[in-house]
Design a protein around this ligand. Structure first.
Ligand code: SF4
Length: 345
């Protein structure tokens, strides 16, 4: 069987230098959703939900970047734009140096989408319940490699099922016949089928039992090593992020607050929001006294975010300037980026 690379007809990424350039760069990304007011005759936009409001981050080839933050902070929307499932309101996403939202031919568009795949939190709702597993996993080949022979597609489906720990006979079953963990294996198999370079994992284990979570995390780790994959791993659970990530980006109200190597986030936490998130991680030893920082109030509405630093209404270090001037994400120490006027380092 020939390799999938031999089917490639476009060469978009030959200028990318893996040693000096990140595989993905997200530059000042904004994604706003309009809120409309409806009258009998007219509909007009009265506000915008600023789900993503100026995100800057990057992923290096072969690493796992953990993206962490409270529900509704814009993590999933950032990922959906990064794999071209949504158009940005403003800003750019570069994959291997190419702006993925620049005008391009259908062949070029498919070449980009082949490389960027996503795994969803609830695989059941992302798998068509009326289609057999064989057809579900074959579908990406139908779209991207229409000239491939049916027999070759079928054998590639069986091969990828084996990689995710499923058997040949599972190909003839329907999604409802699988457990939660097996369905997530199917979601991973589907995203992996056409050999992407980057997979964005949107809370891939948060709906699973703890024992199954561990199996899926181990599977992802093995697949990453075997296929040299780059992961963006979205989660709200810092202990999972600590386990799987090489670097972490902490997000709050549509912006990145801190981004650094995982160990450094736990040793040299710089942003007050990260400090309060870390203080909430339960310790297994009851003798260890916890200095938990309880955040005051709720997360503000993304329709009308606070002026200046979005965290200032809840921050224990806030001063006058914080409500007036928006801090920028700056590299305070090598590879440690923080968006705060008064960081802890
Ligand atoms: Fe707190 Fe001010 Fe830093 Fe924002 S800029 S996190 S309000 S200290």
């Amino acid at each position: 069987m020939v390799t999938l690379e031999e089917y490639e007809t476009v060469d978009l990424f030959s200028n990318w230098d893996q040693k000096t350039q990140p595989i993905i760069t997200i530059d000042n990304l904004k994604k706003w959703f309009p809120v409309s007011q409806q009258s009998i005759l007219f509909s007009r936009v009265v506000a915008n939900i600023k789900a993503v409001d100026g995100v800057n981050l990057f992923l290096n080839k072969g690493e796992t970047l953990g993206l962490v933050g409270e529900s509704g902070c814009g993590k999933s929307t950032t990922a959906r734009v990064a794999v071209k499932l949504e158009e940005p309101t403003e800003g750019s996403v570069y994959f291997k140096g190419i702006d993925i939202f620049q005008p391009m031919s259908r062949e070029e568009e498919l070449a980009v989408k082949r490389q960027l795949q996503m795994v969803f939190q609830d695989p059941y709702s992302s798998l068509n319940p009326r289609r057999m597993v064989l057809d579900l996993i074959k579908e990406p080949f139908d779209i991207h490699y229409p000239d491939m022979l049916y027999e070759e597609k079928e054998s590639r489906v069986l091969e990828i099922l084996a990689k995710v720990g499923l058997e040949d006979y599972h190909a003839l079953r329907y999604p409802h016949e699988f457990s939660g963990g097996q369905r997530q294996r199917l979601g991973i198999a589907r995203s992996l089928a056409i050999h992407p370079e980057v997979i964005l994992l949107d809370e891939p284990v948060s709906a699973l039992d703890v024992s199954v979570q561990a199996q899926i995390l181990n599977l992802l780790h093995d697949l990453q090593k075997e296929f040299n994959l780059t992961f963006m791993f979205i989660a709200h659970d810092l202990s999972v992020i600590k386990h799987v990530s090489d670097r972490v980006a902490v997000m709050y109200l549509g912006k990145i607050m801190e981004m650094c190597p995982t160990g450094e986030l736990f040793r040299k936490t710089a942003h007050p929001y990260s400090v309060s998130l870390l203080s909430a991680i339960p310790r297994p030893d009851p003798r260890i006294k916890m200095d938990r920082i309880i955040l005051e109030g709720d997360v503000p509405s993304p329709i009308n975010p606070p002026s200046g630093c979005p965290f200032h209404p809840r921050c224990y270090k806030a001063q006058e300037i914080c409500s007036k001037v928006t801090p920028q994400l700056e590299e305070l120490q090598p590879n440690h980026y923080v968006s705060c006027h008064f960081p802890e380092i």
